[in-house]
Write a protein that binds this ligand. Sequence first.
Ligand code: V47
Ligand code: SF4
Length: 371
Amino acid sequence: MINFLKVSDHLTAKQKAIIDKIISNERLNTNEGLELYNFDLGVLGILADYINQKKNNNRVYFNKNIHIEPTNICIYDCKFCSYHRKVNQEGSWEYSIDDILKIIELYKNSDITEVHIVGGVHPHRDLYYYGEMIQKIKNIIPTIHIKAFTAVELEFMIRKAHLEPEEGLKQLKDFGLDSIPGGGAEIFNPEIRKQVCHKKSTAEQWLKIHEIAHKLGIPSNATMLYGHIENYKHRIDHLNQLRQLQDKTNGFNTFIPLKYKKANNPLTSIGEVNTLEDLKNFAVSRIFLDNFTHLKAYWPMLGKETSQITLSFGVDDIDGTIDDSTKIYSMAGAKEQKPTMTSLEIIELIKQAGKKPIERDTNYKILREYN
Ligand code: V47
Ligand code: SF4
């Protein structure tokens, strides 16, 4: 399948050399990674699919989860964020621990395997508050996997509790934290960070939290917010820093490119990148991140149709059934305003793409295969 590309007249010598490296399983350097963005989209798709098939065969994973956003109150004011509010500002909300436990009670006898908890960085809530929250969730459903708090939320709640990151993460693990979601990474480049999220955790802090978590046996995900003011160089630099940490720890489960959505935030006027750009970005990520097994398309944001197409561009995971409404994207104009998909719908969507649906747990243990 790949060999015909070697003789294609449409490829430059540089591109042919890159394809040779991919076929021989050699790592691409950052210049070669950058060159990937100049490839024809069809060629990129074939290369990304080739790598994905080697890593995951025809499998496409999903899980059964719920998302809870405890609050949109946040001390930061990221320019791409449509969701954050200050304390007492109109449109702010905060669920109490009891409110959250009432939601959890609804799922006591269901077959969800994961609770994903991400929200704003509340000025008055520290590690002990969130520790109590996750401990009480586990009291209600002891087998549930708690994937909670971005590195940015963690960095603040641990600092507020006057602890060092390692001690803080140890305590959260004891409270019941099982893994860490990938948010807060945005784009690691300091100049871009200064312009879009200048006050919050630095790239170094984000990477350090994940590194320590991995050392403590807490796996995590990684994200990249793309399609705003960054350029391709910033994206490859971001992927490279993730690849370096993964070499060191092997603690990342999956990489999730997050497409910037433009509604109701200060960056609105720059608009959104198109679907072809999304597909290119998924394919480049799949090819460059040779030490990540999984690549996730987050369907509530991309929409069901685009997510289905990404399955031919290196993606092997389309997240979960997400049995509630997550506001961080709907407020930014995400495709799915009320994101729910039943397992049957997800299975059908994967099968239509010619792939094999697999229900997984958070750490990619296979729970059920569908033919
Ligand atoms: O860090 C905020 C992003 C992230 C916008 O680990 C936006 O499985 C697009 O952590 N347009 C938080 N994105 C979400 C997150 C997450 C989501 C899905 C799966 C997982 C996982 C983690 O949301 C933030 C930021 O990058 N975000 N505003 C926006 N306007
Ligand atoms: Fe706060 Fe997260 Fe929004 Fe930034 S993206 S303002 S940290 S809620």
